[in-house]
Design a protein around this ligand. Structure first.
Ligand code: HCB
Length: 215
């Protein structure tokens, strides 16, 4: 059944199987599984295991890079399909996505960005290692549109910038022009409250749900 193929794909991520990952992804699609489910039930959980293994020091950076490559190879197949699956529920609003300055971790950011795109958001992806000034500029430029700011931070150091960007938006009288969702492994509900942001999410599927709720 589906669970078998999800497990196989999850293992391909965990075992850094760069060649196998796209092959199994195609197999899953051929079996009629949606790109959305492939990401949420196999790829994202696989990367979660990789992260946990790294924390437990059972793997090191080179292995992580290879798992990230395997993930990317699968996403290259899935991204065009997600664009089709999204249908025509357009007009949800614009999602301005970015990773804080000093932080180049882009796997979760990409997943969340992809998921929001698949859920009808118009995407403005600023990228990784983005200074808060650039974020504020992007919001200022798009003032008047229905907007959601979607920030990621994977390090306790870069996370501090999330609070600063909310302040900056307040100073520029832009805070009311945008809803704000922050995430990334170190982000907690308490931190969201301290920042004055509007929400957070544990994973990409939840991020899409929270994002739609906030709009
Ligand atoms: Co990196 N790294 N890393 N790393 N890395 C972390 C983040 C540590 C926690 C590992 C550790 O030491 N325990 C740590 C940070 C410690 C801290 O907090 N102070 C760390 C460090 C220190 C570093 C370096 C400094 C190198 C080093 O270890 N000495 C260096 C920093 C470079 C820099 O940014 N300046 C570095 C480099 C790397 C790579 C290059 C090897 C690689 C990144 C590859 C890439 O992104 N292209 C990497 C990785 C992969 C990790 C871990 C293992 C996994 C991160 C990941 O991709 N997770 C991570 C350990 C961990 O997080 N447990 C480790 C999988 C994704 C799917 O999860 O949490 O990113 P996610 O996103 C989720 C979720 O949070 C949510 O949805 C996503 C999808 O499910 N979400 C949002 C994300 N953003 C959201 C926004 C929203 O609005 C809502 C939800």
């Amino acid at each position: 059944g589906n669970q078998e193929i999800f497990d196989k794909l999850k293992n391909a991520i965990v075992n850094q199987d760069i060649n196998g990952c796209p092959v199994i992804t195609q197999e899953a699609l051929d079996a009629g599984i949606t790109a959305f489910d492939i990401i949420n039930e196999a790829l994202a959980p696989g990367m979660k295991v990789v992260g946990d293994n790294f924390e437990a020091a059972t793997i090191y950076l080179p292995q992580i890079m290879m798992s990230a490559k395997a993930m990317k190879a699968a996403m290259e197949i899935l991204e065009p399909i997600l664009a089709e699956e999204k249908g025509d529920d357009e007009g949800v609003g614009m999602a301005v996505t970015f990773v804080q300055e000093g932080d180049i971790h882009d796997i979760g950011h990409r997943l969340v960005t992809t998921m929001l795109g698949a859920n009808g958001f118009e995407i403005l992806d600023l990228g990784t290692d983005i200074p808060n000034e650039d974020v504020v500029e992007a919001i200022a430029k798009n003032k008047g549109k229905k907007m959601l700011l979607v920030g990621s931070a994977l390090m306790t150091t870069s996370m501090l910038g999330q609070k600063d960007v909310v302040r900056l938006l307040e100073e520029e009288n832009l805070r009311d022009s945008v809803k704000i969702m922050f995430g990334g492994a170190p982000v907690t509900d308490a931190w969201i409250a301290e920042c004055g942001a509007d929400g957070t999410a544990e994973n990409a599927a939840e991020a899409a749900r929270v994002a739609l709720e906030l709009m």
